[in-house]
Design a protein around this ligand. Structure first.
Ligand code: ATP
Ligand code: MG
Length: 403
């Protein structure tokens, strides 16, 4: 089977998508779609109907990276599936791997009878324009067009993402540094989050930022937001990342403990991953923790580019309420500073409000004087402790009875 006779990039550029329809107990049919981004849920059901005419298929499933099946029943869920699939394609491209077709599993099907393939626009591709009968692929071809991983990264970094290919949709939010948009990437059919930051800096600094951002291509963790590329247009940089349909945690009300516990684990794993790459996050706070309807939790906006952080800082006024005291007082920033921000963030998420009434005053107080808890009890009063120990020992003796 030569469904992959074209190189990895062609799949994105030509918007060609290969959907592998898995047939219960009898293999699969590859369907080549030339208008991936416009594909509707109905279209897929129609094709499944032609592949499995005797079955009544109302939904289908696909598999996520953990092998869990996710059901698709609507255009919206289709969009989520395609978005997920294109992110795996992107990953395969970055790693220089062969691009796997999108596998779907028709649901609630009766066992298939004779396949009615007449008029079916299924292309199993022996070549780019060949239309033939569906067949069951047995092995993937060796891809002579396979590019080296370094080469792919270079292509991705130099223009895979550009302004012309992006259609901005809704505004997801404004931050101190810029504005984040939900956007549509035309060649891949992927929904992105694009952060646009105005930066009046020299071309030299622009280049430095672009090279500093390169490390993001290497970040590969399910707890870190996926990075698709960045580019400058005039005096603004656009940073394209994975779109998270649940948004950031700052807009959620009090999060119940059994959920928050799981979120906390993901955030700690994300931070541990960054630290393992010698990256400090430097901006841990609920608005930089994103969630999606698949239950994933991912960190964003970590400071990989010193130059970018510095350039934004020039236009930034105010103090971040999540900042560790040593940071406020300009001392050295370390892992413990990220941990401080993590603690404040999780207190906020657990309480449903910022833990202190006047954060900045409190932090100033911590920098200058120490925590109120410390101040209250820093009186060297040993009597209180002594009385508590004596009483506890006495209670214990009474419980044990006479020797
Ligand atoms: P600050 O600029 O002080 O760090 P912030 O984190 O709220 O604040 P931005 O990073 O500009 O500001 O993000 C604005 C909003 O956009 C976020 O609060 C979040 O809700 C949303 N957002 C950011 N990235 C994504 C994404 N990848 N997917 C979905 N929503 C996002
Ligand atoms: Mg942010």
């Amino acid at each position: 089977m030569l469904w992959l006779a074209f190189g990895p990039f062609h799949a994105m550029e030509n918007q060609v998508l290969v959907i592998r329809i898995k047939i219960p107990n009898s293999g699969a049919v590859d369907w080549t779609v030339h208008s991936g981004p416009q594909l509707l849920f109905r279209d897929v059901l129609d094709v499944i109907g032609q592949v499995l005419p005797e079955a009544t298929t109302t939904a289908f499933e696909y598999e996520d990276e953990d092998g869990d099946r996710i059901t698709v029943r609507s255009d919206e869920e289709m969009e989520a599936m395609l978005s997920y699939y294109y992110s795996t394609v992107m990953e395969q491209q970055v790693n220089g791997q062969l691009i796997e077709p999108l596998q779907i599993f028709p649901r609630a099907c009766k066992p298939p009878g004779e396949r009615n393939i007449h008029g079916l626009k299924v292309n199993t591709r022996a070549g780019p324009s060949q239309h033939g009968s569906p067949a069951v692929p047995d092995s993937l071809p060796s891809n002579s067009l396979k590019k080296s991983s370094a080469e792919l990264k270079k292509i991705l970094a130099n223009g895979q993402m550009n302004e012309q290919d992006i259609r901005y949709r809704d505004t997801l939010g404004h931050g101190n540094g810029g504005t984040v948009y939900k956007a549509y990437h035309v060649p891949s059919g992927k929904i992105l989050a694009v952060k646009v930051i105005l930066l009046d800096i020299t071309l030299e600094l622009q280049k430095q930022i672009m090279s500093e951002l390169e490390i993001l291509y290497k970040c590969d963790s399910s707890y870190i937001i996926g990075f698709y590329g960045a580019f400058f247009v005039e005096n603004r940089i656009s940073i394209c990342t994975e779109f998270m349909d649940g948004g950031s945690l700052d807009v959620y009300r009090k999060i119940p403990e059994h959920v928050l516990g799981r979120i906390a684990i993901a955030v700690v794993k994300g931070l541990t991953y960054l630290w393992s790459l010698k990256i400090l996050h430097r901006d841990v706070k609920p608005s930089n923790m994103l969630v999606n309807t698949r239950g994933q939790v991912k960190l964003c906006d970590f400071g990989v580019s010193t130059q970018l952080v510095n350039s934004i800082a020039k236009t930034y006024v105010g103090t971040n309420a999540y900042m560790a005291p040593e940071r406020i007082s300009g001392e050295q920033y370390g892992i413990h500073s990220d941990v401080w921000s993590l603690g404040i963030s999780f207190m906020e998420l657990a309480l449903g409000r910022f833990p202190y009434p006047q954060p900045l005053q409190l932090l100033q107080c911590i920098v200058d004087e120490g925590h109120p808890f410390i101040m209250q009890f820093n009186d060297g009063n040993a009597t209180v402790v002594s009385m508590w120990v004596c009483r506890a020992l006495e209670e214990r003796r009474n419980q044990q009875g006479p020797p």
